[in-house]
Design a protein around this ligand. Structure first.
Ligand code: ZN
Ligand code: ZN
Ligand code: ZN
Length: 165
């Protein structure tokens, strides 16, 4: 979604595609490259219609993708599992932002250094983290399979907006 677009314009565009299906636009937020992202909560039928192809909001084409909720581990700072199932090292005392011990991310003034992958320039759970990306890909594959086999029909699904200019 372009920064010029309003949630109202988006709603009109979505309505056109899904007609009377129940839906709610939530959490409109800034995204990369001066665009905006939003979460759409809607029925499975509507979500599938929306995901068929891009949608035009105002003058811009928007892409939609299913939102994938990642499990987060508060012990080793990795994603894809929870601390209960964690087999990784205990990094719970480390700062989520810089990886050092003795303070919390909220009060951290250091440069970002991911405690999970040890790379500089991002914090734990960041979309830039290669560990995060790897887990996300795994989660996507799993989800695809589930949709194909149609073993589970959830009534409400979340769809995330991502804009293409
Ligand atoms: Zn863990
Ligand atoms: Zn820190
Ligand atoms: Zn990382």
């Amino acid at each position: 979604m372009d920064s010029m677009n309003t949630p109202e314009e988006m709603e009109v565009a979505i309505r056109e595609r899904i007609q009377d299906e129940e839906m709610k636009i939530e959490n409109v937020r800034p995204n990369a490259n001066d665009t905006q992202a939003a979460t759409i909560i809607t029925t499975e039928t509507a979500a599938q219609k929306l995901l068929e192809h891009t949608i035009k909001v105002g003058m811009v084409n928007c892409t939609l993708e299913r939102r994938i909720d990642m499990e987060r581990c508060y012990k080793c700072w990795a994603v894809g599992h929870t601390s209960k199932k964690c087999t990784g090292p205990d990094r719970s005392k480390m700062c989520q932002k810089c990886g050092e011990e003795g303070h919390k991310a909220k009060e951290c003034r250091n440069a970002e250094k991911c405690p999970a992958c040890k790379e500089e320039g991002h914090r734990a759970y960041s979309g830039r983290c290669r560990m995060f990306k790897r887990e996300l890909q795994k989660a996507r594959k799993k989800k695809k399979k589930r949709i194909q086999t149609k073993t589970e029909e959830k009534n409400r699904r979340e769809t995330t907006w991502k804009a293409v200019i």
